[in-house]
Design a protein. Structure first.
Length: 255
């Protein structure tokens, strides 16, 4: 009996020693990480972090944010990387979360970037998914995937192609028309007249990167005409407002 108790005590002591060694080993490894490795509390060591409140990084972006706060219709024109779509969707999410609008409506023309995708399998949503992917990316950056799925299921966030916007009146909504340079003059006119009561519409695009024939794109002509209309803001962003890799601004300057 004594031998069995001694053996059990030795076994238990051995297990405790192993557990204590493992705890000490984990503690030492954690100390090494904190001393000379990645520290999540140090923001300067991080490549990127989620920011709840979006802030302007240039004078052009600041003017765009102020225009969206003060006008019901805003046209944002500028080269790639100036944050047109991201800022517009951020403002839309902010307005929805604050209860200023009842829903978000995002629209984008289903036009390929110079390459025909051919027949796409699946239902209508599956066929349109590749064209609307940039909008989903921007939304997921401002909302969690679970939150985005729930809002879309409730109909509070709607993503629709330009072709299905005819005849609608969008009241109490924040509307974002993305890639408007791929819309014809008639399509942009149709989209602008969808604006209803207590709504805000933001039209974004880069006239220099249209995937239509140069004479078919109507964004530049519409912006020139609406610039003379009061209570409508036309924001023209430039190379100085590009917030992507510095090479993007350099390339756009020579291409």
């Amino acid at each position: 009996m004594a031998k069995r108790s001694t053996k059990r005590r030795q076994t238990t002591q051995g297990v405790l020693n192993v557990q204590e060694f493992q705890r000490e080993d984990r503690r030492q490894r954690n100390l090494k990480v904190l001393d000379g490795g990645y520290n999540p509390a140090n923001d300067s060591a991080r490549d990127a972090s989620f920011v709840k409140n979006v802030r302007a990084k240039s004078k052009g972006q600041q003017a765009l944010l102020e225009a969206m706060d003060q006008h019901a219709l805003v046209l944002a024109l500028g080269p790639a990387g100036t944050g047109k779509t991201y800022l517009a969707i951020s403002k839309a999410v902010e307005a929805l979360e604050a209860g200023k609008v009842g829903r978000i409506v995002l629209s984008r023309p289903a036009v390929e970037a110079g390459e025909s995708l051919g027949f796409l399998p699946g239902a209508m949503e599956d066929k349109l998914a590749p064209y609307l992917r940039p909008l989903y990316d921007a939304l997921q950056d401002r909302l969690s995937a679970k939150r985005l799925k729930a809002l879309m299921a409730e109909g509070l966030i709607e993503i629709a192609p330009v072709g299905f916007m005819r005849g609608r009146t969008l009241n109490n909504a924040f509307i974002v028309i993305d890639e408007a340079q791929n819309c014809t003059y008639g399509q942009i006119k149709m989209l602008l007249t969808r604006l209803g009561w207590h709504s805000t519409m933001v039209v974004t695009g880069d006239p220099a990167q249209t995937d239509l024939l140069p004479d078919l794109s109507g964004l530049h002509a519409v912006a020139d005409k609406l610039e003379e209309v009061p209570n409508i803001a036309v924001c023209r962003l430039g190379d100085a407002d590009i917030v992507r890799h510095p090479l993007v601004a350099s390339m756009l300057g020579v291409l």
